[in-house]
Design a protein around this ligand. Structure first.
Ligand code: ATP
Length: 458
């Protein structure tokens, strides 16, 4: 993890948030390469789950919502983590994490249960001090809207993107008249005032989610649940996660969230331990029902295809696949990080899938001080970057020795390095207009015609 965090900073993937002011806990800034990696992952997700389907509708809802949304959804009353305070230092910890650190499994425990165990076992804080009572800590960031501060001006930074889709359910139905099953999808920021942000970008206070609310006939929920279970796994494969590091965890009935009848967590073997990467929940009709009641707007659905008149109007049930962008990025980066020896030298590199790597191809002139090589390399660079599939994914580099350039590209996970040398210019007429192409993982080089570089499109 330390190596990865330092690589991310050194090479411009991810920086500490507000770093020059000493940072801000639980926030991270994406640098140029981090943005490229993130966008690639998000685009693959959007393509798979929205663009390539006829039953999915994209939305981009406001982060600030009417406070009534969060009352109806249950977040104001119950979106809380168990908090314990070191009575001496006043440092705050998550009670379930405190128990886990003692080898005690907190699954299924209520806040009162946790409190009892901490007291009975006389568990102390990491500084060796006694803990206070375990209490509820609401994780929503509260804020005030407008110039007057009173009860009516309260709002929250959304702690999940999901509610933005439930409140737009009727809008989408009225505009598009979709047939069941259909879904709303959204990628966006969410905020959670985590008691203890940690493990790099794994647990943060400002996060990004890729979520779907998929509406189904109540009797057919299992079909869609299975479908998204398979699709989630396909997505993980597509972004290059090793299959043996992704695990399904069926959540026990006593641990299910209040709105869920069934949930599977997809867990990943992160460098620090196996933890939740994404979730898949069957939310029944809880959300639409709650918002119907809270807003007094009828959020039922009229099913024309239903023959039984009595059953034509109902509240659809909902399947929710929910992905954290940062957790996907951390899974991708940590499983791609590799060290080996190449040409007698140690190297660290990122074995990223070409689909997500910030750059697909790097183009070099063999020598920086030979203008004819630089000119030709620029020509190859321009040719490649104009190919639509390569747009923004080709980089030109002429600084330092060729060996250093290879290492630099290895470290940022560029799958292919293309070098223009004297043979390209015709020094050996047989090789005129050819370049060498080097494979990141093996370090092997081949000579191919410039025209053939287009094969990388596939
Ligand atoms: P955890 O138990 O790890 O706190 P959660 O069960 O509260 O997560 P959900 O509410 O199901 O998470 O959120 C859906 C997804 O959003 C998670 O699977 C995860 O990928 C992501 N996510 C949630 N909280 C965070 C966070 N604090 N930092 C980064 N990603 C998060």
């Amino acid at each position: 993890m330390e190596e990865l965090i330092s690589l991310c900073k050194r090479r411009g993937f991810i920086y500490q948030g507000s770093e020059i002011y000493g940072g801000l806990a639980g926030t991270w800034d994406y640098g140029p390469l981090g943005v490229a990696l993130k966008k690639n992952i998000e685009q693959l997700w959007w393509k798979r789950f929205v663009l390539d389907r006829e039953d999915m509708y994209g939305v981009d809802a406001a982060i600030l919502m009417n406070q009534e949304v969060w009352k109806s959804s249950g977040h104001v009353a119950g979106f809380a983590d168990p908090l314990v305070e070191d009575l001496k230092t006043k440092k705050r910890y998550r009670a379930d994490h405190v128990l886990e650190a003692q080898g005690i499994d907190p699954k299924g425990m209520s806040f009162a249960d946790m409190d009892k165990v901490i007291k009975e076992k006389e568990i102390k804080s990491p500084e060796g001090n006694p803990f206070g009572e375990v209490r509820q800590f609401n994780m929503m960031f509260k804020t005030q809207i407008g110039a007057v501060e009173d009860e009516n001006s309260i709002s929250y930074l959304r702690p999940e993107t999901a509610q933005g889709m439930f409140v737009n359910f009727k809008n989408v139905v009225d505009s598009f008249h979709p047939k069941l099953p259909f879904g709303l999808a959204q990628i966006g920021k969410a905020f959670r005032n985590e008691i203890a942000p940690r493990d790099f970008i794994f647990r943060v206070r400002e996060l990004e989610q890729m979520e779907i609310e998929y509406f189904v006939k109540p009797s057919l929920w299992e079909e869609s649940f299975e479908h998204f279970r398979k699709e989630s796994k396909e997505f993980f494969k597509e972004i290059g996660l090793p299959e043996d590091k992704v695990h399904e965890l069926e959540i026990a009935p006593e641990d299910l969230a209040h709105y869920s009848k069934r949930t599977i967590d997809f867990e990943f073997d992160y460098p620090f331990c196996r933890k939740e990467l994404s979730g898949l929940a069957y939310r029944t009709d809880f959300d639409l029902k709650s918002h119907s009641a809270g807003s007094s707007i009828d959020l039922s659905y009229f099913d024309e295809s239903e023959e039984d008149k009595e059953k034509k109007r109902f509240i659809p049930h909902c399947i929710e696949p929910s992905f954290g962008v940062g957790r996907a990025i951390l899974a991708v980066l940590s499983s791609a990080y590799a060290e080996d020896e190449l040409g007698g030298e140690k190297r660290s590199y990122l074995k990223l899938a070409p689909e997500v790597a910030p750059y697909l191809i790097a183009v070099f002139p063999l020598l920086k001080n030979k203008s004819e090589l630089v000119l030709k390399a620029r020509e190859v660079f321009d040719l490649l970057r104009k190919i639509p599939q390569f747009a923004g994914r080709v980089i030109f580099d002429e600084t330092g020795s060729i060996g250093k350039r290879y290492r630099r590209q290895d470290e940022i996970g560029t799958p292919y390095c293309v070098t223009v040398d004297f043979d390209t210019l015709g020094e050996n007429p047989e090789h005129l207009d050819t370049v060498t192409i080097r494979d990141r993982d093996t370090g092997e080089q081949k000579r191919i015609k410039i025209k053939e570089l287009e094969f990388l499109k596939n």
